[in-house]
Design a protein around this ligand. Structure first.
Ligand code: MSP
Length: 510
């Protein structure tokens, strides 16, 4: 006790439709980071969830002919099922309709009000219902029919309402000071630059309550007002820490908020300003990942080109889908996916490289070594070089994870896969078997030991497949943390019969 958890979060998703591959991507990437740190010996608290209030949800419920709560209860089930299906391992799935969250956000509001940062005014402006955001007149475009459009392409309407305001303008300098003191507070650097430029242009006070609808958390002592959905949503991270109940400091501040590039602004500007106002510590870092694009289009429910994560995971398998998304898209950049690209990765990286390495090593051992870990023996320079290189995995992957470069961590693992395959090709144990069986055993021992270590570091990306590999290597379930990397297979230990873990992808005839 006493030590703080590594607290990592995804954004919380709007359940105004079923989850799409963009939601899956963020959940899988954050899960990779959480799993990595757990295996690396850290105490991790990983939170994901749903953002259930606001006009957009109320409208979706109305369109479905349901009460908002009934509607979100149904929709949230799909998000929770996605999390389970994709082997995402949160410690808490938070819903902004949870009682502890509503109490937390009301207390948070009182703190900002006590600081003198909240005042009553009138809000009028160009409001986009879809974006739940007001826009300045100079930001707008005009459609052919004269409709005014937000920069995001959604329609805006002139809207007037009584509203509580948050004194965001007072936080311009504190925010600039924060960025200057912590240049890596927002990553990648391009996003930090955007945020700094945005704040330097000046900040206006922010409307933080609504009277035009009631699907939200009521503002304390202010009948008719519900809280602005982004205030409600951002505070969810604090709720998950347990605040204001005792013990919240063992989680808060969050170590990393993983969010999409479109919502970095809310996390990098509003959120720290709210927290400074409430007198609470700031999260340590915000990482803005890119968009997963399908045929170059930003995916969204209303554009109708959504590709369902469930059917993709049925088609390709959960782990291959996870692997593709993590390896093929440099984390932080946009990336495209297609069925062909996933199939190519499965065949090249999984079936040919890792699968073949594991399969040929284990099947030679099964056939020639009596189904036991082969005897070790005098090692050559090449044997030692292989294991020395593989022993570098922990430091190499850790360095990549420190800079949230998930793809780079996997690059490091697959470099060891290639080295171990090259080692086998050079050592030709299948030929040695006849000429020098004792040497063949030593080679297979080293190859199996390399596969064991590689499999440990495959776990955060492909937990189920890595578990199968480790089962086949006879590695005990409690010897799968990265601390176990320096232990070794014990010659003579019995091994179960090998089975292929990464089948080739063959397109079906239809
Ligand atoms: N509810 C807000 C976030 C509040 S966080 C306090 C929201 N919800 S969302 O459902 O629209 O998006 C949830 C997350 O998924 C966001 O981080 C968003 O950037 C991300 N993505 C949504 N579509 C995406 C892709 N096509 N690709 C990658 N991530 C995407 O925003």
């Amino acid at each position: 006790m006493g030590e703080k958890d590594y607290f990592i979060t995804t954004a919380i998703s709007y359940p105004n439709g079923r989850p799409h591959i963009g939601h899956a991507y963020e959940a899988i990437a954050t899960d990779f980071l959480a799993r990595f740190r757990r295996l690396d010996g850290e105490r991790v608290y990983f939170m994901t969830g749903t953002d259930e209030h606001g006009l957009k949800i109320a409208q979706a419920a109305r369109a479905a002919g349901q009460e908002p709560k009934t509607y979100v209860d149904g929709m949230v089930g799909h998000f929770q099922a996605m999390i389970d299906r994709l082997d995402v391992s949160p410690d808490r799935f938070i819903r902004t309709t949870d009682a502890d969250h509503k109490a937390c956000v009301r207390e948070f509001w009182r703190r900002m009000a006590a600081k003198g940062d909240v005042y009553l005014g009138r809000y009028e402006g160009w409001y986009s219902v879809r974006d739940e955001a007001y826009y300045d007149a100079e930001e707008l475009n005009e459609a052919d029919d004269g409709t005014k459009l937000a920069p995001t392409g959604t329609a805006v309407e002139w809207t007037v309402e009584e509203s509580w305001f948050f004194r965001l303008s007072a936080y311009q300098q504190p925010l600039l000071d924060l960025y200057a003191a912590n240049p890596e507070w927002v990553q990648p650097a391009s996003r930090m630059n955007e945020m700094r430029a945005f704040v330097e242009r000046g900040l206006q006070d922010l409307s933080v309550s609504r009277t035009s609808f009631d699907w939200g958390v009521p503002v304390p002592d202010s009948p008719g007002h519900v809280m602005y959905v982004w205030l409600d949503a951002l505070v969810n991270y604090l709720t998950a820490s347990g605040w204001p109940a005792a013990g919240w400091e063992t989680r808060w501040p969050a170590d990393l908020h993983v969010v999409g590039k479109d919502v970095v602004r809310f996390h990098a500007i509003y959120w720290p300003a709210f927290l400074m106002s409430a007198g609470l510590p700031l999260p340590k870092a915000i990482f803005g990942h890119g968009f997963v694009l399908n045929r170059g289009e930003k995916m969204s429910k209303s554009l109708g080109n959504v590709v369902e994560p469930f059917s993709l995971s049925e088609l390709f398998g959960v782990d291959p889908l996870r692997y593709f998304l993590l390896r093929a898209i440099p984390f932080g950049q946009d990336g495209e996916w297609s069925h062909e690209a996933i199939a190519r990765r499965i065949n090249a990286d999984l079936a040919n490289d890792l699968g073949n390495l594991a399969q040929r090593t284990l099947s030679m051992i099964a056939k020639n070594c009596d189904g036991r870990v082969p005897p070790d023996g005098p090692a050559t320079d090449a044997d030692r070089a292989l294991l020395t290189s593989v022993a570098g995995l922990r430091a190499e992957t850790r360095a990549a994870v420190e800079r949230v470069a998930i793809h780079a961590a996997l690059d490091a693992v697959w470099a060891k896969v290639a080295e171990t395959n090259a080692y086998l090709n050079e050592m030709v144990p299948w030929t040695l078997r006849k000429s020098d069986p004792a040497r063949a055993d030593v080679v297979l021992y080293h190859a199996a030991e390399a596969v064991r270590q590689i499999a440990l570091f495959v776990q955060p990306a492909m937990p189920a497949s890595a578990a199968k590999l480790l089962d086949q290597l006879g590695v005990a379930v409690d010897a799968r943390g990265f601390d176990a990397a320096h232990s070794a297979l014990r010659p003579g230990d019995p091994l179960p019969p090998p089975e292929g873990v990464f089948p080739r992808w063959v397109a079906s005839a239809d």
